[in-house]
Design a protein. Structure first.
Length: 345
């Protein structure tokens, strides 16, 4: 069942209760929001992409349809955005563009992630890539008042030497915009077990990290990520039904970065009924809600929150709880957290 049909089902099943729907939307609009899992390249506006490419771009070139069948089909939409961030102007503009979009829906703190090595080329060193992204984020902060952190992604398909070099470079910016590292890419051919040494190195550098794990049905990747020292888990859907693992992560206070609409589009679960958000909340996990890729998934954080309220019976009081969860597990310093907390209460 696709997302549009789910929304129609909810409206029909509740007698078309438009008043409640309007109340949900109003509460969400007013809610100060925190986003922790948002990919730069997957979240560029069509206007920005068109300006960079110098041509008209159709929505279907950037966003998946409700009938997306797989992660592979989903990833096809990253080609054009990737072309837009191969120089300093593109990277700076892209980072600014994402914060501009977030500002429209009252996001007050955001962690934007990207893979510096995917923008590195003969004209752009890894250091210059990171500097350009930070320049755009800092300009966005000044114009829109959004506090930010930049997460650098090691890629599973890159060699360990490349990833170590990137982490070493990023460490120079820790506390000056960069807030953490991540591991992204295809889990099935590149399981977490192959990256334990890389993240041992990240710990030696003093880089905190989150790790994409359990997006594709293998709970062992989550177990290994926790053993490696991950403070958060990206997606974590494969933890569904593993009560012992859920209790372990709950006890450790490890954040879970759920991205509901993206997870359904990429078929991280076989059906919407199997999505584990209610299970994770009831297990006491620090669940956070995120967009993953705003443009590819044709979503916003407001849309995600409205969707989970309608579809999974998430209660009004649980939305602020998930924002507080996000603040708790954010890779921000205490001063920033204190400022954001005052906006949440």
């Amino acid at each position: 069942m696709n997302i549009s049909r789910l929304n129609r089902k909810w409206e029909t099943g509740n007698g078309g209760n438009m008043e409640r729907e309007e109340n949900i939307r109003d509460n969400i609009i007013k809610l100060p929001k925190i986003e922790l899992h948002c990919h730069l390249d997957g979240s560029l506006s069509r206007e920005f992409v068109e300006k960079r490419l110098g041509r008209t771009v159709q929505e279907a070139e950037l966003s998946v349809s409700d009938d997306c069948t797989s992660l592979a089909q989903y990833l096809e939409k990253f080609d054009l955005p990737g072309q837009c961030i191969q120089d300093e102007k593109g990277l700076e503009g892209a980072a600014y563009d994402v914060l501009k979009g977030m500002h429209r829906e009252n996001v007050v703190y955001a962690e934007i992630r990207f893979a510096p090595l995917l923008s590195e080329n003969e004209r752009m060193s890894c250091e210059r890539v990171i500097e350009a992204a930070l320049k755009g984020l800092e300009r966005g902060k000044k114009d829109f008042g959004i506090e930010y952190g930049l997460i650098v992604c090691a890629m599973r398909h890159h060699g360990e030497e490349q990833n170590r070099r990137m982490l070493h470079t990023a460490r120079e910016f820790l506390g000056a915009g960069v807030c953490a590292a991540d591991l992204a890419g295809a889990e099935v051919p590149y399981p977490m077990s192959g990256f334990m040494e890389l993240f041992k190195y990240a710990k030696q550098l003093g880089l905190p990290f989150t790790i994409h794990a359990g997006e594709c049905g293998n709970a062992q990747n989550i177990i290994d990520a926790v053993e490696a020292g991950a403070a958060r888990i990206g997606h974590g859907i494969a933890m569904r039904g593993h009560d012992d693992l859920e209790r372990q992560l709950s006890a450790k206070g490890i954040g879970i970065e759920l991205c509901p609409i993206s997870n359904l589009q990429t078929k991280a679960v076989a059906s919407a009924d199997e999505y584990p958000i209610r299970e994770f909340l009831d297990a006491g996990l620090k669940v956070t809600i995120n967009t993953d890729n705003r443009t590819v998934s044709n979503t916003t954080l407001s849309k995600e929150l409205e969707f989970i309220e309608k579809t999974y019976g998430i209660r009004d009081e649980e939305l602020p709880l998930m924002m507080k969860n996000a603040l708790d597990v954010a890779f921000a310093d205490d001063a920033v957290k204190e400022r954001i907390f005052r906006q949440l209460v």
